[in-house]
Every structure is written in structure tokens, then in C-alpha cells.
Design a protein around this ligand. Structure first.
Ligand code: BGC
Length: 519
């Protein structure tokens, strides 16, 4: 490919426009897509620790947990069907995110969000009224399809709607809404578990209908993005829309850049094959490694199974759910730290600091559990200070994740892909994330049973590797316009050999900041 299409603007091009109330409201509504995802992450762990739920659907697990007091604590929840309940959703989400990328591109972001909301709604309904395990699984697969659609469309929608200067904050806004969803689910689990008659789990699962309805109705009233309208050939309407969103008349520069970016990306016939070119090796590698590493921090062991885990280490049911609420609050608050600091301190600083914090905590938790439970999983009496120490270090671990790998796992991939491979690379990022979320969810309880407290050492070892990896392999991307990102690879000691000088991205069509928006 000829070395043309060099990004223009020198990084100091500014589009006129404001953060209008209109765009703020649309972004808040759209971000509800993250709420759905988060609600689901938080709810499954809670219901799987509720006895009436286990008794009804997983009686073998229930018996093992309650009747046989001599059973090794590490293994009390080990059941493939129980894990399948949690993890089936992620496999479904993986599949549907691939389909959703086409719907999103051809029919607009709104339609994908609508599909996402509707599928999620039906899934929540089936789960709330479930009578048998198969209904639970079918419901969760539908929830997964919904999440696949929503997660594909919502981040795109937010990036396209957001004024250039606020894109970073809005990007982490999506992660913030994920964490709020997790917290709400944890709080609801705590209260619903107390309902007499033991049907509280139905409210927990059926409660997913509320965020689903919000995103379904929201997607009907939300406007489509100008980028998507241009992509689908409706330039006049797109320009009117852009003026409304930005709150100014003078949108020509941005509009022209959007058109140019759209034309550039249309010239690429085979984005997937394109992605395999040598010059895209750094981006392709990151699109795989970042989501893979994000899941091997072990975060979802806490997010999915915190109550189960706390129960295993001797907490009563109530205290277990309460501890999950505490970690949920820490998750939300620490995400705000990241919103505040990501453009000040940079991505690398957060990755490295957060990584070190997680390693330390995982080692302490492993040591604490190992010391009391040993290898046979029989703790005897557990003093109160012990529980406090374990919860405290788990909270510090969650905070480390919430200002590093949590938001950055989504932000960094989204800002390093040049336009012509952006959509394909983003699909890889989402699919790899879902695949390993599935993987960790599916094997965790078995791993806990077999690796015991060593499980935490296992994840700590991964965090050591990924922290070293970031140190050597990831260049700082703070404050660099996306369309100029090529320079970070060119000046990198390792990646520079893949990206030759003069080997610029782009397809001979001049691309301005509009290119950023056409994710
Ligand atoms: C991850 C999820 C995780 C959540 C926790 C997200 O960035 O993708 O797997 O459960 O953060 O807050």
C-alpha cells in the first residue's frame, strides 16, 4: 500500500461545539447498555449463593454445601452445571457480538441497541419465571445475545456522539455504568435474599427487566449518530443532526472529516485480511493480549463469585452478600479515580501501579486462606479479624483493578486502532474478552477445588507477567490524537520494526479527527 493518507492536522485541530444537554442526555441513556452488562455480572454470583435457588435448581450442590459438614470447603460449590449457569451467557455474547458488528454497520447503532434491549428483556423474563434448569440456561443465553449486541453498539454510539474533547471520559463512563450495574445487583441480592419464602432470587433475576426496558425504550427515542447516517448514505440528515448535537451551526470541518473517514473505510474491502498485514501487528497483538490479560487478572472470580467465595471461607450467607456489596462500592469509587487520572497520569502509570497493587493483595489473600484452610479445606473456627483482613485485601485488589485493567482494558484497544481496521480489531477485542470471561467463569470453581488457595497465586503470576508486558510493550497513548497514533509504534524499541518509517496508516483519503469517530 502506498505511503499516503497521512493524518493531518498536527494534533491541534479543534472542532467547534459543546457538551450540550442533548448530547449529555443521549449519552446517559446509551450508557445504560453498560448497566445491563454490569447488573448481570453482579447478579449471578449472588443468586448462586442463595439456598432456595440452589435447592430448586442445583440440589446436588445444595446438599453438598449444607448436609455434609465434613466436605472440603474449597469444593462445596464445584458443579459444572452451576458454572454453566454463569458462563453460558458469555459464550452467547461472544457469538452475538460478531453478528452485531454487521447489524451495527449496516443498519445503525440504534437497531443493535434495540435488539440488545429486547433480547435481554425476554431473557430476564424467562429467568424470573424459571421452573427448570434449562429455562435458566435458555434465559441466560438470551441475556448473552442481548449483551453482545449492546456491547458492540453502545461504546461506538458514545464515541461517535461525544464531542472530541470528552471522548476519554465518556469511554470510561461506559465502564462506570458497568460497575454501577454490578453494585445495584449486589445490593438487590442482599435484600432479596432476606425475603421470606425464598423466592427473592426471582426478583434478582427478573429485575434485569428494568435496565432492559430502559435501554429498549431509550434506543427507540435516541437519535442515530451522524457517522452512522453518513455510512448509510444519508448525508443531509447527518449534517442537521451534527449541528443539533454540537449546539453550533459551524460544523463543516467535522462533517467533512466524517465523510472523508467514512469514504476511507469503505475503500477497505477486506478489513479482516487487512488486519493481518505486518504493519498492523502491534494493534492486532494488543487487540488479543489486552482483553486476555484483563480476564486473567482474576477479577471475575470476585465479581461473579464473591458471595460464594466469602461463603467458602466461612462467612454466613448474609455476611457474604454484604461483603459483595462492599467490594461493589469500592469498584465504583475506584473507577472514578481512573476517570480523574487517566489523562493526567497516563495509561502506563495506572497499569503498572494497579498491577503491583493487585499482585500484593493476591499474595496476601492466598497466604491468609492458605494459613487457615491449609490444603484440606478445614478451617476450624475463624476469628473476626481474619475475615476483616481477607475482605480488606480483596477490596484493595478490586480498587487496583478498577483504576487500571478495568477501564483501560476497554479504553486502550479502542484508541490504538487506525480507522481502516478499527471495526474488525474491535470485534476481536470484544470476542477475546468474552471468550476468556467464559473461560474463567467456567473453570473457577473447579480450580478453587483443586488449586485451593494456590488459585490466587496462579492469578498473581499472571498479573506479574502482564505488568512486565505492559512495561516493555505498551507505549503511552495519553494525549495523542488517535489518527496520529502511528508515531507511538514508530518510536517504540520493539514495535518500530513492524511499522516502518513512511508506513502510515490510511488509504489515500485524507483523514482528520473525524477518523477517530468512525470506530
Ligand atoms: C470487565 C468485566 C469485569 C468488570 C468489573 C470490566 O471491564 O470486562 O469482565 O467484570 O470490568 O468491573
Amino acid at each position: 500500500m502506498p505511503a499516503v493518507g497521512i493524518p493531518i492536522g498536527g494534533g491541534n485541530k479543534e472542532y467547534p461545539g459543546n457538551l450540550t444537554p442533548f448530547v449529555t442526555v443521549t449519552c446517559i441513556v446509551a450508557a445504560m447498555g453498560g448497566l445491563i452488562f454490569g447488573y448481570d455480572i453482579g447478579i449471578s454470583g449472588g443468586v448462586t449463593s442463595m439456598d432456595p435457588f440452589l435447592k430448586k435448581f442445583f440440589p446436588a450442590v445444595y446438599r453438598k454445601k449444607n448436609d455434609d459438614k465434613t466436605t472440603n470447603q474449597y469444593c462445596q460449590y464445584d458443579s459444572q452445571t452451576l458454572t454453566m449457569f454463569t458462563s453460558s451467557l458469555y459464550l452467547a455474547a461472544l457469538l452475538s457480538s460478531l453478528v452485531a458488528s454487521t447489524v451495527t454497520r449496516k443498519f445503525g447503532r440504534k437497531l443493535s441497541m434495540l435488539f440488545g434491549g429486547l433480547l435481554f428483556l425476554v431473557g430476564a423474563l424467562i429467568n424470573g419465571f424459571a421452573q427448570q434448569v434449562w429455562m435458566l440456561i435458555v434465559g441466560r443465553i438470551l441475556l448473552g445475545f442481548g449483551i453482545g449486541f449492546a456491547n458492540q453498539a453502545v461504546p461506538l454510539y458514545l464515541s461517535e456522539m461525544a464531542p472530541y474533547r470528552y471522548r476519554g471520559a465518556l469511554n470510561i463512563g461506559f465502564q462506570l455504568s458497568i460497575t454501577i450495574g454490578i453494585l445495584v445487583a449486589n445490593v438487590l441480592n442482599y435484600f432479596f435474599a432476606k425475603i421470606k419464602g425464598g423466592w427473592g432470587w426471582r426478583l434478582s433475576l427478573g429485575g434485569a427487566m428494568v435496565p432492559a426496558l430502559i435501554i429498549t425504550i431509550g434506543s427507540l427515542v435516541l437519535p442515530d449518530t451522524p457517522n452512522s447516517m453518513i455510512e448509510r448514505g444519508d448525508r443531509d440528515a447527518a449534517k442537521i443532526q451534527l449541528k443539533k448535537i454540537r449546539g453550533v451551526e459551524d460544523v463543516d470541518e467535522e462533517f467533512n472529516d466524517l465523510v472523508a473517514a467514512s469514504e476511507a473505510s469503505m475503500q477497505v474491502e477486506h478489513p479482516w485480511r487487512n488486519l493481518l498485514q505486518r504493519k498492523y501487528r502491534p494493534q492486532l497483538t494488543m487487540a488479543i493480549m489486552i482483553p486476555f490479560f484483563q480476564q486473567f487478572t482474576g477479577i471475575n472470580v470476585i465479581m461473579f463469585y464473591a458471595p460464594v467465595l466469602f461463603n467458602s471461607i466461612g462467612f454466613k450467607d448474609d455476611a457474604s452478600l454484604m461483603s459483595a456489596v462492599i467490594t461493589g462500592v469500592v469498584n465504583v469509587v475506584a473507577t472514578c479515580v481512573s476517570i480523574y487520572g487517566v489523562d493526567k497520569w497516563g495509561r502506563r502509570a495506572l497499569f503498572l501501579q494497579g498491577g503491583a497493587q493487585m499482585i500484593l493483595c493476591q499474595v496476601v489473600v492466598a497466604a491468609a486462606i492458605g494459613a487457615k484452610f491449609g490444603v484440606d479445606g478445614n478451617p476450624g473456627d475463624l476469628p473476626k479479624w481474619y475475615a476483616v483482613v481477607v475482605v480488606l485485601f480483596i477490596c484493595i485488589y478490586v480498587a487496583g483493578f478498577a483504576w487500571s485493567w478495568g477501564p483501560l482494558g476497554w479504553l486502550v484497544p479502542s484508541e490504538i486502532f487506525p480507522l481502516e481496521i478499527r471495526s474488525a480489531a474491535q470485534s476481536i477485542n470484544v470476542s477475546v474478552n468474552m471468550l476468556f470471561t467464559f473461560f474463567v467463569a467456567q473453570i473457577f470453581l473447579t480450580m478453587l477445588c483443586h488449586m485451593k488457595f494456590g488459585l490466587f497465586i496462579f492469578f498473581a503470576a499472571f498479573v506479574v507477567v502482564m505488568t512486565i508486558y505492559i512495561y516493555f510493550m505498551l507505549p503511552e497513548t495519553k494525549g495523542i490524537p488517535i489518527e496520529e497514533m502511528t508515531r507511538v509504534w514508530k518510536s517504540h524499541p520493539y514495535w518500530s520494526k513492524y511499522v516502518e518509517h513512511g508506513d502510515d496508516y490510511g488509504n489515500g483519503v485524507e483523514m482528520g479527527k473525524g477518523a477517530v469517530k468512525n470506530v
